[in-house]
Design a protein around this ligand. Structure first.
Ligand SMILES: [Ca+2]
Ligand SMILES: [Ca+2]
Ligand SMILES: [Ca+2]
Length: 222
């Protein structure tokens, strides 16, 4: 009867330790998505279907978007992003930038989709880091343009919470001539990692091992 009790206690200890381990590892880090809070620099772009604070929050097609037509390429708008919550003092490990965009050529409502080029980037301080020119297709659908993960701030330093608070996304129209660039959504994914889990995981695993040893000693005394 006592052996069964010890076995049950042992199973409970190991089970608790491994639940603790998996919980710790699942909380190692996370990702938060940040959408625009307001315009920082228009670059000649104008909002359609709402205010700058709202039009780039969702991929709602042509219901709300930022637009710029005509002229030489190179014009860019910058948007401020919502400040992060839940990151705490955890280390910031990277930023991904996402932009939904397309080009149209001709007068609305008879404008037709056309392929074009855009660049996307981000700014946390003085400089802007660009992903590089990317082509959009002529499907008429908003193309998702995604950056590689940026792992420094825009001036080359390590990422910290202030960088994320100051984070801006930049979108540049890189096609010359009349086509209109439309952007319906932009956001950034911010990745962070917690420094806490490893020690806590070791502690929990250690607790399990101590429980195991104690149970064995008790078993021998029977
Ligand atoms: Ca918003
Ligand atoms: Ca902000
Ligand atoms: Ca939109």
């Amino acid at each position: 009867m006592r052996i069964i009790t010890i076995k049950n206690r042992l199973v409970a200890i190991i089970f608790t330790a491994f639940i603790g381990l998996s919980y710790s590892y699942s909380s190692i880090g996370g990702t938060i998505s940040l959408h625009p809070s307001d315009i920082a620099t228009t670059g000649g772009f104008s909002p359609s279907g709402g205010a700058w604070s709202d039009i780039l929050d969702t991929n709602d097609g042509n219901s709300s978007f930022a637009k710029l037509c005509c002229g030489p390429g190179g014009s860019a708008f910058y948007v401020h992003l919502d400040d992060p919550s839940g990151v705490g003092s955890n280390a910031i490990t990277g930023i991904d930038v996402y932009v939904y965009a397309k080009y149209l050529d001709g007068q609305w409502p008879n404008a037709t989709p056309i392929a074009g080029n855009i660049n996307i980037g981000f700014k946390t301080g003085t400089s802007t880091i660009w992903q590089g020119t990317t082509a959009t297709d002529q499907s008429g659908a908003y193309n998702l343009i995604q950056s590689n993960m940026f792992t420094t701030d825009s001036d080359g330093g390590s990422l910290d919470l202030n960088d994320i608070i100051n984070l801006q996304i930049a979108v540049q129209r890189n096609t010359y001539g009349p086509p209109q660039l439309r952007v319906t959504e932009v956001y950034a994914d911010v990745h962070y990692a917690s420094p806490v889990p490893l020690p806590s995981a070791i502690l929990l695993f250690g607790t399990g091992l101590v429980g195991l040893a104690t149970a064995k000693i008790r078993k021998k005394k029977i």
